[in-house]
Design a protein. Structure first.
Length: 306
């Protein structure tokens, strides 16, 4: 039998030969999930269900549907459930096949068909430090970063949109969206002086969680990035911030001083699951979007709020 990994490697070679940009994807998933305690004491927050899937499965599916088949998940202690979820389960697949549950079988096979690697962030030193652990994995190529506390939905996946833009600008890209002024203190906010095209901005600076009156724009960073290998040198030069953590935003500010960087207002819908309130809202919205339960669940919600 031909092994899966050589087949995936051959597919990547063929895409490069055809002119396709071949990227790897990195998912930081090492956080402690303290805002979701006590449920995250032993359960990774990335495995919390949003409607009928673990959060991280939405992220992996976005990567797959964006044409990437090589993924690194950066984990920490008590995260083995993530590895188990994406591992092959021959008994389950055989049972689904025998019972003709083809839709479930197709979904299970999809998430276990890509090449997923794992590495541990040994200390809780921030998002920037987590990204730095991917240095050897990504090598000298651009790569995608997707944070696990954000789900995006779109006809063309957010990461695919960003890859297509990268083909044109050949520079780091940060996905953004307009955020209410009163919520700028929860986001990294971009400063820009030039709008290159519809939804595309040349970044002047990035400000981490500014007060509403100090925010340089209304565009907040939403946890999707296309980065270039220069980010690693910038991370090495980034001083620890609050709590001794290395902030990715600080490293991006350094990178922006050395080369152009772009912000992209992606086309689609974003679901924030970084805290219990938004996680619950996202679960309800995604459940309502499922036509198979829409009618009954909508009626239930209407009765609940009367």
């Amino acid at each position: 039998m031909v092994e899966m990994f050589p087949r995936l490697e051959w597919q990547s070679i063929m895409r490069e030969f055809a002119g396709e940009i071949v990227m790897k994807a990195v998912i930081p998933a090492a956080g402690l999930g303290t805002r979701f305690l006590p449920i995250t004491k032993a359960q990774p927050k990335e495995m919390l269900p949003v409607y009928n899937k673990p959060t991280i499965q939405y992220v992996v599916e976005e990567i797959i549907h964006s044409g990437i088949d090589d993924i690194l998940i950066i984990t920490g202690k008590n995260k083995r459930a993530i590895e188990d979820h994406f591992d092959r389960s021959f008994e389950l697949e055989a049972s689904l096949k025998n019972n003709e549950k083809t839709a479930f079988l197709r979904e299970v096979e999809e998430i276990s068909s890509v090449d997923i690697h794992y590495i541990r962030q040994k200390e809780q030193r921030g998002l920037g430090d987590a990204i730095n652990t991917a240095r050897k994995y990504v090598g000298d190529s651009p790569f995608a970063v997707l944070l696990g506390d954000t789900i995006t939905t779109a006809e063309t996946p957010c990461t695919r949109q960003m890859i297509d833009l990268y083909k044109k600008v050949k520079a780091p890209i940060i996905a953004v969206e307009k955020v209410p002024k009163e919520k700028t203190g929860s986001y990294g906010i971009i400063s820009y002086s030039k709008k290159e095209d519809e939804g595309i901005f040349l970044i002047d600076d990035l400000v981490e969680k500014p007060e509403p009156d100090d925010a340089p724009s209304e565009y907040g960073i939403i946890g999707r990035y296309i980065l270039t290998p220069e980010i690693f040198d910038c991370l090495d030069r980034t001083e620890p911030g609050v709590g001794g953590e290395i902030q990715l935003t600080d490293a991006l500010r350094l990178l922006n001083q050395e080369r152009p960087m772009y912000a992209y207002e992606f086309t689609g819908r974003r679901y924030d699951i970084g805290n219990p309130d938004d996680w619950l809202k996202s679960t309800v919205e995604l459940a309502l979007a499922d036509n198979s339960i829409n009618k009954d669940f909508s009626a239930f919600l209407r009765d609940l709020v009367r």
